[in-house]
Design a protein around this ligand. Sequence first.
Ligand code: SAH
Length: 340
Amino acid sequence: MTRAWSILPDEWKPILKDRGLRPFRADQILQALYRDYISGWDAATTLPKDLRETLKAEFPLTPYKQLDVSESADGTRKLLIGFDDGNAVETVLIPASGRFTQCISTQVGCAMGCAFCASGAHGIVRSLTADEIVAEYMAGRAFGEITNIVVMGMGEPFANYDATMRALKLINAGRGPNLGARHITISTCGVVPGFARLAAEGIQFELSVSLHAPNNELRSRLMPINRRWPLDELLAACADYTHATKRIITFEYTVIGGVNDSRACAEELARQVRRVPMAKVNLIPLSPVSHRPDFKTPDEQTLLMFLDVLMKHGVQTMLRRSRGKDADAACGQLRLRHMS
Ligand code: SAH
């Protein structure tokens, strides 16, 4: 048994052949899956009934349930997607000026334990399989055509590399959903071996790196991963990635009031970021999380000062505004609410 949404379009023909099925059915199967977006094989009426029965048994669609939808005033929707073992992840849909961006999860919980992040507050339960990640996309596209994907939900994509990459390749595939690679952004907290692997794929996915601190002392306090792969190694991996792929890297910097928001931090960040060619910075004001009431959103003046320092150093910087706060869509809180 292999789940249909884990099979890349080009793999269908050989797989059908292996099972003694007619390879020419692959095209009809792909049309049913990714043009008609069937929600079950019974709906694939272009296929003969006996084949539909075989597909149901041997290549089932991933069973998932939409357990909850919450909509925020800005139009952001957060879905809670449950799988057959009772675990659930969240995916967020963000409409914005001609775009419809989906934020997807790669793991149930997270092992990385970043201090400010709700997704890791209870550790990791398990990684998602490729077809479960695709199922999130399927649940999302029921609300409208997805134009962009950001892998910024729960979990660390480079800690679930194979499944994440398979799901993204499927969503990117021309005979699959055909979402352009440049419209898909992978975000990592800095699992260094993932950089060379991604570069070797030769696919033009966008890469974001969660930095959040400009030196090892502070970064190791906020992000335990920094003890395994400290800044020097991380930034070297980023520079190698940029050289190998000629692609830019975007550094994410969550600004936490009184923690990493000083002028000195901004100066130091500018120096670090300039070690990586063509790097950009996204500043994101912290979304408060209930398990760390001591972490506050910085005030507006501080954010503008921080932005100004980076710009004066010639670092291309964007100040991002958090979306979907009233739907708890910023950082793993919907699932937390369900757990408690
Ligand atoms: N594990 C990946 C992707 C998931 S998190 C990564 O670390 O990049 C997506 C982004 O949201 C990361 O930059 C993460 O640090 C940030 N984030 C987590 N909690 C946050 C919070 N409370 N406020 C603002 N950003 C947060």
